[in-house]
Design a protein around this ligand. Structure first.
Ligand code: SF4
Ligand code: SF4
Length: 272
């Protein structure tokens, strides 16, 4: 996002709209281009009385910022708006988290600080070392260049409002995963939240919640379901839980870190 100095009056009205604090205001508004994640919220708010906020043409790799941060921009690799993942909410239809496994979602960034893709890589490489199964239909996975969780080098200097790492792992290996998340969380410079998804909440949710608590993560149980609007996949028809019901019972934890950024698939250039 750019500010037209010739129009800006320094009124400061746009400043509270920036979710990452990239706007400072003196005689005119100044946008810190490193902190700006190209979410376009300031522009879309229509708050500027003189139209001084200006969208500009984004080229790769800066384009990755918008692909992960602009809630009205569809990710080319997933077709989903914003940071581009359907996550656990559609599990009753997709069956991506199977009985005996837990799904894990780690959202880096937000509130107020965003994340760097370098920090996303720190988390991803530690998880890859455990042999987790990264979700292929996920924007972060689509930035990975190897099985070790490394991201495209050209996005490492970029930032995003948030980025979600998603994967599945057998339930008996969850303690290792939680230990790795805690270790990586101490190395990054952003906040993150941790979702642990149980596809069969009746059987395993309590056990998973206990493992999370033992690893030092506070637990907030949460239910996600399509309320019968989707058709369960055939592979799930005989599975635990019975037809038509639910999805992930989550053991949602939250953890803190400190840090930054993200990136998308590979369109080399784009705009809004
Ligand atoms: S585009 Fe988003 S991050 Fe950039 S200055 Fe505007 S509100 Fe802030
Ligand atoms: S709202 Fe417009 S005029 Fe006011 S500080 Fe922001 S860019 Fe400048």
């Amino acid at each position: 996002m750019l500010v037209r100095d010739d129009l800006c009056t320094g009124c400061g009205l746009c400043q509270p709209y920036c979710p990452v604090g990239a706007i400072t205001v003196g005689d005119v508004a100044v946008i810190d281009q490193d902190r700006c994640v190209e979410c376009a919220i300031c522009h879309r708010s229509g708050i500027c009385p003189v139209d001084a906020l200006e969208l500009h043409w984004l080229t790769w790799p800066r384009l990755v910022r918008a692909l992960f941060s602009d809630p009205l921009l569809a990710h080319p690799g997933t077709g989903v708006l914003g940071r581009g993942t359907e996550e656990m909410k559609t599990n009753d239809v997709t069956g991506r988290f199977r009985p005996g496994q837990v799904g894990v979602g780690i959202e880096l960034g937000r509130p107020g600080m965003g994340t760097s893709f370098r920090d996303v890589e720190v988390m991803a490489t530690r998880l890859a070392a455990l042999g987790v199964g990264f979700e292929p239909d996920n924007p972060v996975t689509q930035l990975m260049v190897d099985g070790a969780g490394h991201l495209r080098p050209d996005v490492l200097g970029e930032r995003a409002l948030s980025a979600i790492i998603e994967f599945t792992v057998p339930q008996d290996r969850l303690p290792q995963v939680l230990a790795a998340v805690r270790e990586a969380g101490a190395l990054i410079e952003t906040v993150f939240s941790l979702d642990v998804i149980v596809p069969d909440p009746g059987r395993h949710a309590e056990e998973v919640a206990r493992l999370c608590r033992e690893a030092g993560f506070p637990v907030r149980p949460n239910g996600k379901t399509n309320v019968g609007l989707g058709h369960r996949r055939a592979a799930w028809a005989g599975g635990p839980g019975g037809a038509g019901s639910g999805t992930g019972g989550g053991a949602g934890g939250a953890a803190a870190g400190r840090g930054t950024g993200t990136g998308p698939v590979g369109g080399e250039e784009g705009t809004r």
